[in-house]
Design a protein around this ligand. Structure first.
Ligand code: HEM
Length: 471
């Protein structure tokens, strides 16, 4: 640890525009920009430019990017009470409302306390059969040798699973409405992050994209409202998330309002399927490029499962499958950045930097995971990094795909279970080969998704055929 304090005035960072701060560079190459920030020290200061400074009436408005895991632990865990989430674009608040992803302090604590038992490891394993049966149904519809858009397949699969978790029912044809609403919402969120004008234009201004967004959101909300109303009049109790919300009581002992329930359902619907779908998409892509990894994965799955579907008891034995999953979300963390945190009081970080009150703090799993100080040869796909032995050598808080502290992902156990079961179910039946000639680059929107559809050819494995050994 350093023996010297670094005041915010002495911290530096890459050159940024005097008027627009880092935004032009961020718009041009967001992911590359954060990787370049690694070379400017443990804490990188990015002045926000004169325009934001004027709008905020704050001369030294700056964002601080944290590159050191000890500082990350400090902000997310040790001194987390000093931080709250920063402002999000209006479209994001409109979508998520006061769902657990965006609330603060007492309300957030209460909400988390409600959800924690539901997403606890033991409760989550009850969903094993649901996940494997949905995955089996998906591959049941695949024909040998055909080409699929794998991101689309994964998104439909994880949406059908989360829908069952929320409402205890099949999503059916309504899946398309939800996926379309999400696509438009994602596009709008990106525009609002990229453009100051877009981010201050209220959603009621009838631009074409606002109209499309509002139409999609209303359609999705109507579906959710219908489910809530149906359930209110049903006599039996359900043990899905809607059942939990309807049975919950607020501080006065009264039931949650319609809007409160809607906000939580939308939050889980979105947080709980895009992320996992993207993680799986990148994993299939990586597996198609690294044949020796795929061969070893296939062998493990055949040894553990033979011809049957995975059960809860199989999960701890899918050790290599878990290593593949963990390495894949190191390289392509679906939550490529955490929500910006804003400090209340001045804060002294373990690396020596001193952040002023009101500092905006940015933590980017994408760049922390690809920093050679914490992971050697960081751009290489190597599941061995996640063997039990290798994990013991990791620098604490250098691997944060699910965040950390009091805002750590509530769905982590569920996401991991889902990821492993889907990998196992699909790999035991199919091999996925990338269609030649595609260049797949990551696009950092709300989640880290591929910039273009990922076309893959699905090849059915004969029950007795195993993956050829690759040296
Ligand atoms: C691979 C899949 C997933 C990844 C990588 C992921 C990642 C994350 C991260 C990094 C955060 C913290 C954000 C921050 O601190 O700014 C978060 C929060 C959250 N995640 Fe996930 N997530 C995944 C899947 C899920 C699933 C399946 C669910 C629900 C079923 C879920 C529900 C949530 C919720 C509700 C929060 C807000 C927690 C809070 O603020 O208290 N996530 N997730």
């Amino acid at each position: 640890m350093p023996d010297q304090k670094l005041s915010s005035l002495t911290l530096s960072g890459p050159p940024v525009s005097r008027w627009w701060g880092p935004f032009p560079e961020l718009r041009r190459d967001t992911l590359g920009f954060f990787l370049r920030c690694q070379t400017y020290g443990d804490v990188v200061k990015l002045p926000m430019g004169l325009v934001i400074a004027l709008l905020l009436r704050k001369r030294d408005a700056a964002t601080y990017v944290l590159n050191h895991p000890a500082d990350i632990k400090h902000v997310l865990v040790t001194n987390q009470d000093n931080y709250q989430k920063g402002m999000v674009p209006p479209v994001e608040s409109r979508i998520f409302g006061l769902g657990v992803l965006h609330t603060e302090r007492d309300l957030h604590h209460r909400q988390r306390r409600l959800f924690l038992p539901f997403f606890h490891g033991n409760h989550v394993t009850a969903y094993t059969d649901l996940i494997t049966s949905q995955a089996r149904d998906m591959v049941g519809g695949w024909e040998d040798g055909t080409t699929v858009d794998i991101e689309r397949e994964m998104a439909h699969l994880t949406l059908s699973i989360i829908w069952r978790l929320l409402f205890g029912q099949e999503i059916g044809s309504e899946s398309t409405i939800v996926r379309e609403a999400i696509a438009v919402g994602q596009g709008l969120i990106k525009t609002q992050y990229d453009s100051l004008l877009a981010s201050i234009t209220p959603l009621w201004v009838p631009t074409k994209v606002h109209r499309t967004f509002n139409r999609g959101l209303h359609a999705m909300e109507a579906m959710i409202h219908r489910r809530i109303e149906e359930r209110r009049t049903a006599s039996e109790r359900h043990d899905d998330l809607l059942g939990l919300l309807l049975a919950a009581r607020d501080t006065d002992g009264g039931p949650l309002t319609h809007t409160e329930i809607r906000d939580q359902l939308v939050t889980f619907l979105l947080a709980g399927h895009e992320t996992t779908a993207n993680a799986l998409t990148w994993t299939w892509l990586l597996l198609s490029q690294f044949r020796s990894v795929r061969a070893r994965l296939t062998r493990e799955i055949h040894e553990v499962l033979g011809d049957r579907l995975p059960t809860t008891a199989d999960v701890p034995r899918l050790r290599y499958t878990k290593m593949v999953w963990e390495e894949s979300i190191r390289l392509y963390p679906p939550a490529w950045s955490l929500h910006t945190r804003v400090g209340r009081a001045e804060d002294h970080l373990p690396s020596g930097a001193v952040l002023p009150p009101g500092a905006w703090v940015f933590i980017c799993p994408w760049s922390v995971h690809r920093n050679a100080r914490w992971f050697s040869d960081p751009n290489r796909f190597d599941p061995e990094r996640f063997s039990e032995e290798a994990k013991r050598t990791h620098t604490p808080y250098s691997y944060i795909p699910f965040g950390a502290g009091g805002r750590r992902c509530l769905g982590e156990s569920f996401a991991e279970l889902e990821g492993l079961l889907i990998l196992a179910t699909v790999t035991s039946r199919f091999r996925l080969r990338l269609v030649d000639g595609q260049t797949i680059l990551p696009d950092p929107v709300m989640t880290l998704r591929p910039k273009v559809p990922v076309k893959m050819i699905v090849q059915r494995l004969d029950a007795h055929e195993s993956e050829p050994a690759v040296v």
